[in-house]
Ligand binder design. Sequence first.
Ligand code: AMP
Ligand code: MG
Length: 524
Amino acid sequence: MKLNIKDTYNRELSADPNRNNTRRQVFGASFSYATPRVPSKPVLAHASDEMVGAIGLNGKDKESGEFLQVFSGGKVMGGTEPYAMCYGGHQFGNWAGQLGDGRAINLAEVVHDNQRWALQLKGAGETPYSRSADGLAVLRSSIREHLCSEAMYHLGVPTTRSLSLILTGDEVLRDVLYDGNAVYEKGAVVCRVAPSFVRFGSFQIFAARRDNENLKKLADYTIRHFFPNLEEGTKEGYIQFFQEVADRTLDMVVHWQRVGFVHGVMNTDNMSILGLTIDYGPYGWLEGYDDNWTPNTTDAQGKRYRYGNQPGIALWNLVQLGNALVPLVEETKPLEEILAGFREKYAEKYMTMMRHKLGFQLEKDEDEEIIGDLEKMLQATETDMTIFFRKLSYFGRQTKTDGHGKFLQPVMDAFYKPEEVKDEVLKFWREWFDKYLNRLGNEEATDEERRTWMNRANPKYVLRNYMAQMAIDKADKGDYSLIDELYQLLKKPYDEQLEHERWFVKRPEWARHKVGCSMLSCSS
Ligand code: AMP
Ligand code: MG
């Protein structure tokens, strides 16, 4: 196994001189050296062939004992110095001070095909940032992270990736519902991959500690390697950097809204400086369209991170990042201007995205109303978001509405309670479809062309919460086949894949209130 190792983060930024693995506050450093814990009996449950190739390995490497050793934490590669990153963050709106990689250990960076990839193990044991926790991860949450990162990539959503999912052979104690019933679960390690794992919180920690020297060092490092089109070390460069981060964050959230992804824990330590979806914890997918939905039971009261709040929270988080960059920019006005532009930009991009979902290639004044009314209807009638939009392309110029609801037949599958689609509800849907069909009349594309265009915005297959849970239940019994089946399916989420239509169905009723399907905790 030969990797082209080219470390930068642990070469160019400040290291914590203390090499002991004791929990502490780490000052004046971007990272602390940390050695992964050796697993007792590693077993490879799954690897992403694509990521194996992306980092410069092949199928034979993947099967090798060395791969298993390295990516489970059992062996440190020659010439590398693994480390845990220091960062802080706002958790649920409150400054939480130092957080850091409490259970992530960066192995190395590799460069392959002109692309830099940082390789990071999640669940490989304690680091100076572990606070009171164990540094480990369980199989259930590791499967969810591994599958979802890869699925998101293929949906076209900016994201960190996942190379491998390895069982450690060790047991990990977890209290899923935080109700005093802790049980032992199987431990696992995921190797996450991204150009960089630097977060908003990486900057915040230095700003909070008034450590301008390291703040500047980190900003210059990030610009040098990941924003090479920007100027390093100048005020103008830092302002443009903030603009770029804001734009990328905005794009990421528009994609989340498009596919119905709810992150669940948008704390500033979980916001990637590259605008990638990062830290797959208690995330979930909208099934019934619902602005107020969050899968995270820890957030059930305030619902801070609910679907409809994600754009606002992205902005809130950008405000925190902006604050952290003030010492570099030395004035607030240019940063404020960038933040002030966010809402309008978001509204524009959101409209463009929704037009794609609805099959409008032209821009018309009435679009805003049509889209707004649709959101209200989807919210009022429990409607499966993925199925509804995918099937919407079946409507065309010839479709005529009627008072009995026959015209709704193509999207009938999307309603969780079809028997309720009558009287007033039916009347509203009919009014909406009349407007929609009328609007389609303005379009030049044929029905066929429009369907192709819509199918690129509306995935047919997403990693529904119950699907991940089924893969978890099987894997718990030692059968990893469903992990690979879902991985293969979700590589082509926009393709019809008729042989896989059993995954193109609404959430089954058994999953409505099941832990792991509709309710997820941070316990991972
Ligand atoms: P998260 O909510 O996963 O983003 O985690 C917030 C903070 O808690 C980060 O600093 C994590 O590294 C840390 N953390 C989460 N779970 C564990 C764990 N099992 N052991 C040690 N640290 C953890
Ligand atoms: Mg995190």
